[in-house]
Design a protein around this ligand. Sequence first.
Ligand code: WQD
Length: 344
Amino acid sequence: MATLVTGGAGYIGSHTTVALHDAGREVVVLDDFSNASRRVIDAIRSLTGSDLVVVEGDAGDPGVLEPVFARYRIDSVVHFAARKSVSESVADPLGYYRANLGSVIALAAAVVDRGVGRVVFSSSAAVYGATSTLPVTEDSPTAPESPYGATKLMGERILADAAAASQMTAVMLRYFNPVGAHPSGLIGEDPSGEPSNLVPRIMQVASGRRDRLEVFGGDYSTVDGTAVRDYVHVMDLAEGHVSALEADLTPESSRIYNLGTGAGTTVLQMLAEVSDVVGVPIAYEVAPRRPGDPAASWADCTRAHHELGWQARRSLKEMLADHWNLTRPHPEPTDSSPPHPPST
Ligand code: WQD
């Protein structure tokens, strides 16, 4: 039996594929490579020493899904394949609703049809409102600020309704701020794209590709005036998916879990940590607040700990060291040195 991982060549998907393999599962990856490099597949194969099965196609296309379910003995699905840029979703809301909800509906239909037992859904802390009380629990009010966040909340609802009316169990994982990479440096978030997230941008300053970091807002009511987030190692997140597939959730038909560390870090604290890990000072300037940013957000992960037996284990320093290992300038490969594939 195999686990189907849609979006398995993406950032969190590729790490989860490796974690599932390490946990002894067969994996079938479905990816359309619209926002991922094919070299990621080679990297996963070399990390796992396996002949990973990969199907190229759109997870929202029933004509793609049908032969996958017919050919492979799929007993569970982890669904990542989605568009994931908050700013792009504001500019193209209908594109986001079509892509992200179309794939959830098509996949849920295939899963129910085939009697697949469990679906794990890649959701986000973006489903919460900006004014949640802290720490954020799974019962905190949802009020997504962007079409992207709305597609995640609606995706959860679609899967929960489908699960209630069928044999499948749906597990929604709401990630906080994923950071880091596989310690090998072979997979990680694509360092070639123009990043908008904090840590990739700080790394650009550290490697000399950006002059200084703009700190968005220095007047929040937090310990140092800068915004607080819950950064979690992507390897911990990947392991959370394995736990979500394996946990006994009876009698629930669906369940929601926050995945974070439970600890908050400010932008200035992050700058200091990176400077420590990389060994160079990070230049910055305080800029106006970024519209839509909450002052602070960190997770209560008690439910995932109690019910999934999952807890983030890796420190901020490990996240940053692994991220730096992926993105630091590498010497040009020669004929005798192995390539260093960028990946998403
Ligand atoms: C973190 C903090 C910025 C860049 C986003 C999505 C969310 C989730 C994770 C998918 C904020 C500050 C940033 C910079 C800065 N993705 N910052 N200078 O906004 O918390 O979450 O990614 O599910 O949905 O919204 O992450 O890394 O962009 O920002 O000062 O150059 O760093 O203002 O306070 P965010 P982020």
